[in-house]
Write a protein that binds this ligand. Structure first.
Ligand code: AMP
Length: 461
């Protein structure tokens, strides 16, 4: 006999189930509220895009694009030869920049402030806090560079730093509204890709050159990944978590001494702005972030209870990315929060606070305020009416699809954790007074059909 195939969620993906999804909804609702107060509007870009968009924006050399991207081939039914490579999005900044260009957002009032939330896909090695389908909540501020704005460079730098600080302040406000415990902000400046001065590389390029030559001297003491990165992306060596590389990395040159005057001024102003907003931070010279497009500001926020995957948010400035994608000259700053990790951390702190409290039960998977125990064919129409008016008043109702014996109905109401049972039988229909039983204390009261929604709306608030 053939066995029936049993399907399972793909490795690195998972189902989010009630009651856990209630917290996901609360987190997303809070993000909408907080980001709204900072003037951000929501963008919902598609989940798949041309693969080339990410290769261009994130960088063909990055792990995200070269190893982890889920790509597929597509073609128009009318033209089988015209095939295009698509990718499930591994991040959303590139999509937001593409949308900025596609919808001529440089003609909107600047800056354009957008936030997004949704699934991202990376073929990473799954572990706690690391999935192949994971969720990000992110935001971007994009601003077209007008010829007249380029005139006062010093003022522009100060303005950019203030925008960076406000974006960081917004994330921290969001975390504190969620009562996330132990969120730690780290900041750094990674300079910018300045053109050479007198034939010499300066700022980040100068630093990368210096770093590469210092790394070459200690190459044989490094692991295979770092050895490879000396050529491909030496900044990424600073990200290494390998224990034996730590003392070597600590002795490497630091970017601060290579920053050009503008990047130095921008970084100093960022820190001053964070102080003005009372946002505590630590500086971390090794914070370079994995994506190619960052410049000047980079930041990362870690949280408790996450083990080794403890970064809940990463972000930075990416002036020039829109132009790189074929758009007008524009500045950008943004971040992405790992929602899965944020939720894990919130759950860990809730667990720590609630030690000794009972585990959530099946009852809490669906929250029901009122169970309608109706009996007799005549009561059916009244039960449907009651369900409709109660739901319209925001009360959650379970309406059994078939009549039940009184005892069975109450048993099920209790099993579902319902707070009330509305009893509708022959007697109630005849008297016009319906019986509402409080299942917590067993007390009962009589209410008319018109009194019911108002009473339950107040009682279940
Ligand atoms: P990134 O887009 O790499 O800067 O990541 C931003 C944030 O997304 C990180 O700080 C993590 O919180 C989260 N994140 C990135 N990759 C994953 C993953 N594979 N699983 C879960 N969360 C992730």
């Amino acid at each position: 006999m053939a066995t029936k195939a049993r399907f399972q969620a793909i490795r690195g993906t998972r189902d989010l189930l009630p009651p856990d999804t209630a917290l996901w909804n609360r987190v997303e609702q809070t993000a909408r509220e907080i980001f709204g107060t900072f003037g951000f509007g929501e963008i919902r870009p598609p989940i798949f895009e041309p693969a080339g968009l990410f290769a261009r924006a994130v960088g063909g050399e990055t792990d995200i694009v070269s190893k982890e991207m889920y790509t597929l081939e597509d073609y128009e039914a009318s033209d089988l030869l015209d095939r295009t490579a698509l990718a499930l999005r591994p991040e959303a900044t590139a999509s937001v920049c593409r949308a900025y260009i596609e919808h001529n957002m440089q003609q909107w009032p600047q800056p354009v402030r957008l936030y997004y939330m949704g699934p991202m896909f990376r073929r990473e090695r799954p572990q706690k806090g690391r999935y192949r389908q994971f969720y990000q909540i992110g935001a971007e501020v994009l601003e077209a560079v007008r010829p007249e704005t380029a005139k006062d460079a010093v003022k522009e730098l100060a303005k950019d730093a203030a925008v960076d600080a406000e974006v960081i302040e917004m994330v921290m406000t969001f975390f504190s509204r969620l009562q996330l415990e132990g969120a730690q902000l780290e900041v750094n400046s990674i300079g910018h890709a300045a053109p050479p001065v007198d034939g010499k590389n300066v700022c980040r390029r100068g630093y990368v050159e210096h770093l590469r030559s210092e790394l070459a001297k200690v190459k044989d003491q490094l692991g295979a990944d770092s050895q490879r990165r000396i050529e491909t992306n030496p900044l990424r060596v600073l990200d290494s978590k390998l224990e034996h590389e730590q003392p070597i990395i600590e002795k490497l040159p630091r970017i601060a001494s290579h920053l050009c005057e503008e990047c130095k001024a921008h970084y100093a102003e960022l820190k001053r702005q964070l102080d003005l907003r009372a946002v505590p931070y630590k500086e971390n010279w090794r914070l370079v972030r994995g994506l190619d497009y960052y410049m000047r500001t980079t930041f990362e926020i870690t949280a408790r209870g996450l083990g080794s995957q403890n970064a809940v948010c990463g972000g930075g400035r990416y002036d020039g990315l829109v132009e790189l994608l074929g758009g007008p000259p524009a500045k950008g700053i943004g971040f992405a929060i790992g929602e899965d990790r944020l939720i894990l951390s919130l759950e860990e702190s809730a667990k720590a606070r609630a030690t000794g409290k009972p585990e959530s039960t099946v009852a809490s998977r669906q929250s029901i305020d009122v169970y309608i125990a109706w009996m007799g064919a005549n009561a059916c129409a009244a039960a449907i009416r009651a369900a409709r008016s109660l739901r319209a008043a925001g009360v959650s109702v379970e309406l059994p699809p078939a009549e039940q014996k009184f005892g069975k109905a109450l048993e099920r109401a209790a099993k579902l954790g319902s707070r009330f049972a509305l009893i509708l039988g022959e007697n109630e229909l005849q008297s016009g007074e319906w019986t509402l039983k409080n299942l917590a204390d067993g007390s009962q009261r009589k209410l008319t059909e018109s009194e019911l929604p108002g009473f339950l709306e107040r009682a279940t608030q």
